[in-house]
Design a protein around this ligand. Structure first.
Ligand code: 2P0
Length: 362
């Protein structure tokens, strides 16, 4: 099995000049959800996401030959210009876990400076953007030091593989427009180990597609995604859920290829509510939705019914409602969002996001 372990990536440190890389990487929104995993960050079912744009993480990685002779990961870390020990420890743990892939990390003094475009604790999952940005920096560093990743597709594949080890959903953020992660007979070359680019498999309507993220609550989640995934191991509906996701993927791929928004929207909403249904049917059970989330769902459905506009919703592992619609109806939809949904948001806050072109090196 592909594991990218490479003991040859060892430096002659006296020849290394200090340097740095910066990557900006977006978050993504799963339409078919990843919920349940096994082994080392392997999904129980394939998932398919839209790559976002305005919700991103910027990560700068600086490196220089290590001053001390030890083999520990040496990392200075700031988040929004401030030291942050819990985050630093998380990143150190992640870097330790990828030293078989990047053994040279033990030979360098590293600095990571990172920050998100979206407000802290706005309830937007930041692990996808953060871990993809870091994985891209690591692959850039490897290429700078060893000239090993000249081929862009190989660079993306390895970045996606490494991002997955940091956070499953992060492996899908590497690609523009849309990405599929998880082995499926539906898509040639698909794998549980990395995401695939799907931009060429989707209709143009999804390339001008909006996701307004309605902030129903910024309170910390009562159950983390990590704990949520592991509760799937004892969920009585788990096996039928994985089968259902695989079945829906077939119809979603077909709909996205054709630009069939009605089928797309039906599946997106069903997956969002299934995800939360799985949380409610876990043992112990938990609920992340808020009363205003449900009120917003009703209003989206009523507006769709009345106007026949193709506007749908999705949810991540939290209470915030993602309102999805094509760019061609943005003017009408924004009036609805401002008048009917915004007043239901915490401090009337919502984020305007849209399908984007994936990470950029800055
Ligand atoms: C997804 N989510 O497909 C699903 C649906 C949230 C809702 O994957 O433990 O942070 O780091 O692999 O990726 C959020 O969980 O979990 C998630 P880990 P991750 O996007």
């Amino acid at each position: 099995m592909l594991d990218y372990k490479n003991p040859n990536l060892i430096l002659e440190t006296s020849e290394v000049e200090p340097g740095s890389f910066t990557w900006r990487s977006p978050s993504n929104l799963a339409i078919i959800k990843y919920w349940g995993k096994h082994g080392v960050q392997l999904p129980k079912n394939p998932s398919l996401s839209l790559t976002l744009s305005s919700s991103f993480t910027d990560t700068l990685l600086e490196y220089k030959p290590k001053e001390s002779g030890d083999r520990n990961i040496s990392l200075e870390f700031t988040f929004h210009q401030e030291p942050n020990e819990p985050f630093r420890e998380k990143v150190v743990k992640f870097l330790e876990s990828v030293t078989d892939i990047f053994p040279f990390l033990r030979q360098l003094d590293l600095t990571v400076r990172t920050g998100n475009s979206f407000p802290h604790s706005s309830g937007i999952a930041s692990s996808a953007s953060a871990m993809s940005a870091l994985a891209l920096c690591l692959c850039s560093l490897e290429h700078e030091l060893f000239e090993t990743l000249e081929d862009d597709d190989e660079f993306d594949k390895k970045s996606s593989y490494v991002a997955r080890l940091g956070s499953g959903s992060a492996c899908r953020s590497i690609f523009p427009v849309a990405s599929l992660w998880g082995q499926t007979g539906e898509v040639e070359g698909s794998s549980d180990l990395f995401g695939l680019p799907m931009a060429e498999e989707v209709h143009d309507i999804f390339k001008d597609f909006h996701d307004d993220i309605m902030i129903a609550s910024t309170a910390a989640k009562s159950v983390s995604s990590r704990a949520g995934h592991s509760l799937m191991d004892s969920n009585p509906f788990a096996e039928s859920r994985y089968a259902d996701a695989k079945r829906k993927l077939h119809f979603l791929l077909e709909a996205m290829k054709k630009g069939d928004l009605e089928t797309f929207g039906r599946i997106a909403e069903n997956e969002a509510l299934t995800l939360h249904g799985l949380m409610m049917s876990s043992n112990p059970s938990y609920i992340l939705l808020k009363p205003n989330t449900l009120e917003m769902i009703e209003r989206v459905r009523r507006y769709r019914e009345e106007t026949k506009h193709p506007i749908y919703f999705s949810l991540d592992a939290g209470p915030n409602l993602h309102v999805l619609y094509p760019g061609e109806i943005i003017h009408e939809v924004r009036v609805f969002v401002d008048e009917e949904l915004k007043p239901l948001c915490e401090e009337e806050t919502y984020l305007q996001d849209w399908v984007g072109e994936g990470p950029v090196q800055v």
